[in-house]
Design a protein around this ligand. Structure first.
Ligand SMILES: [Zn+2]
Ligand SMILES: [Zn+2]
Length: 363
């Protein structure tokens, strides 16, 4: 005998104002958690399952819910005070469980598939038609999904009448399990389709071409309807997840392309014509005298097509001045001489401005 019976709303964890959809969602979640099949070693689970199922059976029925709201548990107290009569809830539970746990009918629902597609930076930039090859399950081409040999006269399993599952009582509600006589196929062993061995489906290779628009971004998903798993109820979709390989020179920010170009100290000081890589090939760019390291130049329209929009992005070129390394005796002497000559506010304004500020701060 249980102690004081819990409020039905409380048992399901919903507000008293919860609508049908909220009730169902709450119940399904708890039902999966407490279902006896998932709780072989937990004797309390069945009690919990019974409680939420009773709560749902009452609250999901408008008439019963009204009575419960008015009278509470007393509304259903029978002669023995044991609660509502479950025999009349059979249909509710059956209908509900088909959706919660899956049986032959729902197993037939077509599944979506995922394909991971890696492409190069340039392919993403310019767009590409990519041929992909994958395997999916399709309705068996010999039995058309019936699982039975087309020539068999009496294919149906006698034990389950061809349903592939049998009902049994577990605790207080009816449950189903795969028919052991026919291994859940619904078809007698001798009459099974030889091609699919009674599965009704077979794995087939598929090839298709996925069109990737210019400017497609890393992480983009292209979905191809009807290219997923096929069942008698139709086909799911194939979701192609695009990953863009990194480029040795370029990175990308939306439609803009970024790159760094190292230049020598004399080039930066004297000015130079330098080669810059773009997606369309090499271009020549003028570096003005006195260009500082980190200076960014914009090459208009040299970026990527705007994905899902119009026009093109720009390319941003960051100039990085490389300091000479591993100098020999003569080079060191030359540089030292130059250093003396250039060390003034006129030639190195940033350095001298900084020194002035430092002085003001501490002197
Ligand atoms: Zn077959
Ligand atoms: Zn059977």
């Amino acid at each position: 005998m249980r102690a004081a019976k819990r409020d039905y709303y409380e048992a399901l964890g919903v507000e008293r104002s919860a609508d049908g959809a909220a009730l169902k969602a709450a119940y399904r979640k708890l039902a999966v958690k407490y279902h006896p099949d998932h709780n072989q070693d937990n004797p309390d689970a069945e009690e919990a399952f019974k409680e939420i199922t009773e709560a749902y059976a009452v609250l999901s029925d408008a008439d019963r819910r009204r009575r419960y709201d008015q009278l509470g548990h007393a509304a259903f107290a029978g002669e023995d005070g044991s609660g509502p009569d479950f025999s009349s809830f059979g249909d509710i539970l059956e209908g509900l469980f088909d959706g919660v746990f899956g049986n032959r009918a729902t197993d037939g629902l077509p599944k979506d598939l995922r394909y991971n597609l890696e492409i190069g930076f340039e392919e993403a930039a310019l767009g590409a038609d990519k041929r992909i090859e994958y395997e999916r399950r399709e309705v068996c081409s010999q039995c058309n999904g019936s699982r039975a040999d087309p020539g068999a006269s009496h294919a149906e399993c006698n034990a389950c009448s061809g349903r592939g599952e049998v009902r049994f009582q577990r605790g207080f509600f009816a449950n189903t399990r795969p028919c052991s006589q026919c291994s859940g196929t619904g078809v007698r062993a001798e009459a099974r389709c030889t091609r699919c061995k009674g599965r009704g489906s077979e794995a087939r290779k598929r090839v298709l071409t996925v069109k990737l628009p210019a400017g497609v971004e890393d992480g983009a998903v292209r979905s191809v309807s009807d290219a997923g798993e096929q069942t008698l109820d139709g086909s799911g979709a194939l979701h192609v997840h695009v990953a863009v390989r990194p480029h040795p020179l370029f990175t990308r920010e939306g439609a803009d392309v970024l790159c760094e170009v190292p230049v020598s100290f004399p080039q930066a000081a004297l000015g130079a014509q330098i080669d810059v890589p773009t997606l369309e090939g090499r271009v020549s760019m003028r570096l003005p005298p006195g260009t500082q390291s980190g200076k960014v130049f914009r090459l208009r329209g040299k970026g990527l097509p705007v994905f899902g929009g119009y026009g093109k992005g720009d390319q941003f070129v960051t100039v990085v001045v490389e300091v000479p390394q591993q100098l020999n005796e003569r080079q060191r002497a030359l540089l030292a001489k130059l250093a003396d000559e250039l060390d003034s506010g006129q030639h190195l304004p940033a350095k001298h401005g900084f020194l002035d500020k430092l002085k003001n701060l501490f002197d």
